[in-house]
Design a protein around this ligand. Sequence first.
Ligand code: CA
Length: 224
Amino acid sequence: MIYIVEDEPAVRELILYTLNTAGLEAKGFEDGQNFWRGMAERTPSLVMLDIMLPGEDGFTLLKRLRSSKKTNTLPVIMLTAKGSEYDKVFGLENGADDYLVKPVGMMELVARTKALLRRASKEKDAETLVLENICVNIPGHKVTVDKEEVFLTLKEFDLLTHLVKNENTVFSREQLLRRVWGIDYVGETRTVDTHILTLRGKLGSAGELIKTVRGLGYKIGNGL
Ligand code: CA
């Protein structure tokens, strides 16, 4: 779903029509107020913002999107007026991913939208690690098991991320200390055991994926 905030009905309708024709689902809003209502209903996969709008302008909407953890990586395209270099630069500097100059060429609109959606989905994949029913969102520092959020301490999170990134690789306690804690805690390997224990507990059923390899250390995953 793509959201478009554009106050000129003719332009808004043309963009909606173009995106729909290209097989992209889209919804238009005439101002920020309606847009935020739409955002409360669902988070789209991409947003297009006109700059001159009644009420909050496009830059204000962009800043608000970027300041919220939920939408700070949401792909945004600014619709800028022809010849307005300032709008382009200001938008890009404030976190817009791309811009389109009005009047927007319809082929370009579709091409840029699809390109940005592809880029965003690739980035999203790289930022999220999935192992069985565990999902680790690295930038969001969020872990879910069966889509239920699990609350981890910073070190538990780092430990889990390191293990999941290296699925089925066995790490000794010393290696984990060095790689996760970053310091040589000689003789403090019990720290690792303690963290593994609480991590397993917090992950619930998925905790069984963390294996103790006798005489060696720990790994995550069911494979060899
Ligand atoms: Ca406008």
